[in-house]
Design a binder for this molecule. Structure first.
Ligand code: UT7
Length: 325
């Protein structure tokens, strides 16, 4: 009997401070930066995003998301034997946000580490957890995406600061005889490091270089639309399924135009795509588990359905995970 890894609970959390495009445009106008609700909606599909309060860290957002995922799975923190957090905005340089989260949850003793694959982080983390569960190295994991991207935004750069938001999403992934994760496909191409990065580093007690996000949006856009279709097809092939078997596509929520393009290439109508970018903006590694939890709790994504998750982002990284709910 094959040992699968299956999602048994989902959870998510958004910090309470919500900024509409109008709110953000008014803030930016005070710095002499011009933008508008019309531009942001037309180019990205984003209407609003959430920003965490200054004292709130990624592990705090992750904690709330994990509590909800555990409750949905009917599990206690002590039942968990593995925590993987995908984040590019960790609480500290080290230790990992996963260790900090583990202590806040009271799951002390289990394996815990972070995955750094920027906006593809959740599909990377889910694939690693799946492999560990299939091999017997773990049996019950929390897989989390958590970000406070507002901390690394340059609010003098209108081409990036209107795009991102903060939040966290989590799943409980358990060993099961019932099919769960069916296949996955991960990639990276390090020659594109410069098109999406935070180039600064800590050096001798100081930040060396620019610690704010830089992005060549058009270069990222072009690469994203190409690789997302390929990753989707490769994952479906590995599972012996086709486009027609997909009940829900849950892509990284960066730009509605990239999502529409991916859906079109896969022959899916937009009513098979879970969309949260309009209300969350781009929450990097948190965007996919946030959208998955939204899909589950809104009654869109149902038990037994086939779901394709897709991530793309800095690195350049990309990948997909196909699963049965
Ligand atoms: O999460 C990782 C993955 N990231 C992504 O997937 C992001 C991918 N890229 C994108 O989503 C899009 O490229 C953006 C949304 C970032 C930009 O959209 P675009 O259609 O590629 O716009 P653009 O960069 O070609 O800019 C068009 C114009 C420019 O003005 P000119 O040169 O035509 O006069 C920009 O200066 O829009 C201007 N512009 C803005 N105007 C008002 C750029 N940002 C803004 C803004 N408000 N916030």
């Amino acid at each position: 009997m094959r040992r699968y890894a299956r999602i048994t609970g989902t959870g998510s959390y958004l910090p309470p401070r919500r900024l509409t495009n109008q709110d953000l445009a008014a803030d930016l106008a005070q710095r002499g930066i011009e933008t508008s609700d019309e531009w942001i909606v037309e180019r990205t599909g984003i209407h609003a995003r959430h920003f965490a309060a200054p004292e709130v860290a990624s592990s705090d957002l992750a904690l709330e998301a994990c509590r909800k995922a555990l409750e949905a799975a009917g599990r206690q923190a002590q039942d968990i034997d593995l925590i993987i957090v995908a984040t590019s905005t960790p609480d500290m340089v080290f230790p990992s946000t996963a260790c900090i989260l583990q202590n806040k949850l009271g799951a002390n003793g289990c394996a815990a580490f972070d995955v750094q694959a920027v906006c593809s982080g959740f599909v990377y983390a889910l694939t690693v957890a799946d492999a560990m569960i299939q091999s017997g190295a773990a049996s019950r994991a929390l897989v989390v995406g958590a970000e406070v991207f507002s901390r690394i935004l340059d609010f003098n750069d209108r081409t990036t600061c209107v795009l991102f938001g903060d939040g966290a999403g989590a799943v409980v992934l358990e060993a099961s005889e019932q099919p769960g994760i069916l296949a996955s496909d991960l990639h990276a191409d390090g020659k594109h490091v410069g098109i999406l990065c935070v180039p600064g580093n800590v050096y001798g007690g100081q930040v060396l270089g620019d610690p704010l996000l830089k992005m060549d949006g058009q270069a990222v856009f072009k690469l994203a639309v190409g690789v997302l279709e390929k990753a989707a097809r490769a994952t479906l092939d590995k599972a012996g399924l086709t486009d027609a078997d997909i009940d829900w596509l849950i892509p990284h929520q960066a730009n509605i135009r990239i999502m529409q393009s991916t859906a079109r290439k896969l022959g899916l109508s937009m009513d098979k795509v879970v969309v949260t970018v309009d209300q969350h903006g781009n929450t990097s590694a948190a965007s996919i588990p946030l959208a998955l939890d939204h899909g589950v709790r809104s009654g869109q994504v149902l038990p037994g359905q086939t779901v394709l998750l897709e991530g793309v982002g800095g690195g350049f990284t990309w990948g997909a995970v196909l699963l049965k709910m």
